[in-house]
Ligand binder design. Sequence first.
Ligand code: UDP
Ligand code: MG
Length: 329
Amino acid sequence: MISVVVPIYNEEELISTFHAAVATAMRDIGEDWEVVYVNDGSRDTSLDLMKELQKQDSHIVVVDLSRNWGHMGAISAGLRTARGDAVIVMDGDFQDPPAVLPELVSAWRGGAQVVVAVRRSRQENRRILALLFPIFYRVLSAISDYPIPLDAGIFGLLDRQALDSINGLREGNRYLPGLRAWVGYKNAIVYYDRQDRLAGDGKLSFVSRIKYAMDAITSFSYKPLRLCFALSCLSMSAAVALVVLSFLAGSPISAGGLGIAAAVFAVGAMLLLCLGVMGEYLGRVYDEVRSRPLSIINKVYYANEGIAARTPDQIVEREPTLALRGRAA
Ligand code: UDP
Ligand code: MG
């Protein structure tokens, strides 16, 4: 069986069209399949719509989270619920096109255990993001201590073994594209053209994107910490050079003056930058020590108990059985 995991937050305009597109793609593939929609605390009618859709299509599993946990929290709840031998992760706004699903599956049938969908091109009408995304991926790849494919988001496929490895990780601040590369296994790449969102506004706030970018960097690189050391060397050398210069010029630096003020600000800024960098890591260490789950499931709705016999009228509600921590149960 193949599972498709889709996080959903306030997507009422899109869900029906999206599901129709996914169902078409999955039917053509010819394997047994399910779509796990994770309702990430939507405030609109998304949950009701998904439950309605489930009455017509028993391939649907609906995971309802206890509140809005964010993109990665929703995805990890979906990954734990998915029952497939291969699991595809994609966004529910057509930016990851359902038409690419058959290619992911054929790469998997060809023996790949991790299939990464890489953006050949990107349509993005939000100018700032269009500018920032490529920069982010390049900075990450330049400083990452482990090679992570460029221009790849969460879109891709994991086989059961790779998925279990990722589900078994304990870290809470997750950057899935990085972890997917990090777990290893036989990889394949599928290129696709990333579309603009089909309808509605982007659901991720700018702050949450920054947090995600920092998760990516801090979980795959120590270099920002080493930067503090480099900055302190730089600052120290500048100080020594200035003292030497002023002696050579016969006029030792006098107290007061704008130059000194500027130097104080510069050194202060450097110190604060270093503290900020350490704070980013320290905060994450604190998160990991507390070991809170990435998200909490309220209910899981199955069209019926078994996968084999599907009757759309038997909707079963189940309490979550697993604590959603990234630990093997
Ligand atoms: N999403 C979510 N929880 C959130 C924000 C977004 O589950 O808190 C879902 C959203 O419904 C979509 C996917 O995550 O299916 C990606 O979100 P979005 O398209 O807004 O992100 P962007 O494409 O702008 O990066
Ligand atoms: Mg999107």
